[in-house]
Ligand binder design. Structure first.
Ligand code: PLP
Length: 393
C-alpha cells in the first residue's frame, strides 16, 4: 500500500510549521508517539515513577516485541539504551581483544565508532584497517574478501553513512563475515526506519540504532540487537542489579538475554514512545516507506542537479533518503542557520563526523537534506528556491 501522505502529515504537527529535511538528524515524531510519552509522564506525575512503571509494564515490554518484529529478531535479542552510541559501545567494548587482532571497517564509518576502534588499538595493540571503497564509493565486497583472515575479530560497518545517501551492501558483507568467522557489527543508525532491515537476511551478529532518526521515536532512545549466538561470548562492559543479580556475598549471575547490556534506570516514557514509533512504521510498512523516501530523494537530487553551482556528493549503487551536496562558494555549516531562519531544516556533515571518508574526498563539510515520507514535492521546491546563488571561488 502506498503511503497516505496527507494522513501522515495530519499526524505530524511539525509539518504545519517547518519544512523538515533533517530526518537523518531527528525526524518529526507523529502525535501518537508524543501522546504516549506525555501520557506516561502524566502517569508518573499522578502516581509516582515506580508505580507508573508497574501500571505500564505491558507497554514497556511491548517495545521489545515491536523492535524484534521490525528487524526480524527475537525479543530476547533486544536491549534498550539511551542512544545508539551507548548501544554500540556495550557491544563493542564487550569483545575481548588480543594484540594482533584485526578490525576491518569502512571509510564511511561514523566518528564515535572510529574513535572507539582507535582507543582499542591503543589499549590492546589491535590493528584497525579500512576496507577500500569500490568504484561506486561503497564498501568493496571483493576487497573485503581479500582482507579477511583468521586474525579478523570484527567487521564493523555503517549501513548508511551519516554523510551521504549510499546504502552499503550489508548482506554481502554478512556473507563474508560468516565465512570468515568474524563478528559482524552493523551500525544501522541511518537505515532503521527508512529501509527494511532484517538481521537474519543481513547476517549481522550485532546491530545498533537510535529511536529519534528515521524511526520517528523520542530523543534519548536507542537499541542493540545481539544475536543469540553471541550472547554468551560477549562480556557486558558494565553490569548492574538489573543486567545481573547478586546471588551471594561473593557471587553474581549475568542475565541470559540481551538485557544484560542494559542499565536499570531509564526514561520509561521514552521507551514506550519508541515502541509506538516502531508500531507506526510497521503499520505503514517498511517497503512502502523506502519507496516513498527514495523517490522523494531522487526527485531532490534531480532538482539540485539543475541548479547552477550545486554539486551532489551522494555515491553508491543503492541510494536512500539522504541527499548530500555543496553550493559553490558557500560554507555548508553556515547555510544551516540561514535556511532554518526560513523554516527549512537541513543539517551539515562536518569533517570531524566522518573523517576517513570526507578527508579522502577533499571535503570539509556537506549540506545534508534528508527526506521522510511525510515530506512533499513542494517542500523540495522550497528548499531549492531558498538556496543561495553560487559565489565565485
Ligand atoms: C552512522 C551513525 N552512527 C551513529 C550515530 C550516533 O547515534 P546516537 O547519536 O544516537 O548515539 C549517528 C548519529 O548521527 C550516525 O549517523
Amino acid at each position: 500500500m502506498p503511503i497516505d501522505v496527507e494522513l501522515a502529515r495530519q499526524d505530524t504537527a511539525g509539518c504545519a510549521g517547518v519544512t523538515h529535511l533533517n530526518n537523518a538528524g531527528a525526524s518529526l515524531p507523529p502525535r501518537q508517539v508524543v501522546d504516549a510519552v506525555v501520557d506516561h509522564l502524566r502517569l508518573e506525575e499522578r502516581s509516582g515513577g515506580y508505580e507508573a512503571a508497574a501500571a505500564a509494564a505491558g507497554r514497556i515490554e511491548h517495545t521489545y516485541d515491536a523492535l524484534a518484529e521490525l528487524i526480524g529478531a527475537g525479543r530476547h535479542e533486544i536491549a534498550l539504551h539511551e542512544n545508539a552510541t551507548r548501544a554500540w559501545d556495550m557491544a563493542f567494548y564487550g569483545l575481548r581483544w588480543q594484540p594482533g587482532d584485526r578490525i576491518l571497517t569502512s571509510r564511511s564509518e561514523y566518528a564515535s565508532n572510529a574513535i572507539a576502534y582507535l582507543q582499542t588499538a591503543d589499549r590492546y595493540g589491535v590493528q584497525v584497517e579500512l576496507v577500500p571503497d569500490d568504484e561506486h564509493g561503497q564498501v568493496s565486497v571483493p576487497a573485503l574478501r581479500e582482507l579477511v583472515d583468521e586474525r579478523v575479530k570484527l567487521i564493523g560497518i555503517t549501513h548508511v553513512p551519516t554523510q551521504g545517501g549510499l546504502v552499503n551492501p550489508a548482506a554481502e558483507i554478512g556473507a563474508v563475515a560468516r565465512a570468515a568467522g568474524a563478528v559482524y557489527l552493523l551500525d544501522a543508525c541511518q537505515s532503521i526506519g527508512q529501509l527494511p532491515v532484517d538481521v537474519r537476511e543481513i547476517g549481522c551478529d550485532l546491530l545498533t540504532a537510535p529511536g529519534r532518526k528515521y524511526l520517528r521515536g523520542p530523543r534519548g532512545t536507542g537499541f542493540l540487537y545481539c544475536s543469540e549466538r553471541l550472547l554468551d561470548t560477549l562480556e557486558p562492559p558494565f553490569l548492574d542489579l538489573s543486567s545481573a543479580s547478586w546471588t551471594g556475598p561473593d557471587s553474581y549471575r549475568v542475565r541470559d538475554d540481551a538485557r544484560r547490556f542494559e542499565s536499570w534506570e531509564s526514561s520509561l516514557a521514552g521507551r514506550i514512545g519508541l515502541g509506538v514509533a516502531v508500531d507506526y512504521a510497521l503499520g505503514l510498512g517498511l517497503p512502502a516507506i523506502e519507496a516513498r523516501v527514495t523517490a522523494l530523494a531522487a526527485g531532490l537530487r534531480e532538482r539540485l542537479l539543475a541548479l547552477p553551482g550545486v554539486t551532489l556528493h551522494d555515491r553508491g549503487t543503492r541510494q536512500c533518503g539522504i541527499v548530500s551536496f555543496t553550493v559553490a562558494g558557500h560554507d555548508s555549516a553556515a547555510l544551516v542557520p540561514e535556511l532554518r531562519a526560513q523554516r527549512i531544516n537541513v543539517s551539515a556533515a562536518l569533517l570531524g563526523s566522518a573523517r576517513w571518508d570526507l578527508a579522502e574526498r577533499g571535503l570539509e563539510s556537506l549540506l545534508r537534506a534528508s527526506v521522510h515520507y511525510y515530506n512533499t514535492e513542494e517542500e523540495l521546491d522550497r528548499l531549492c528556491a531558498a538556496l543561495p546563488a553560487p559565489l565565485p571561488g
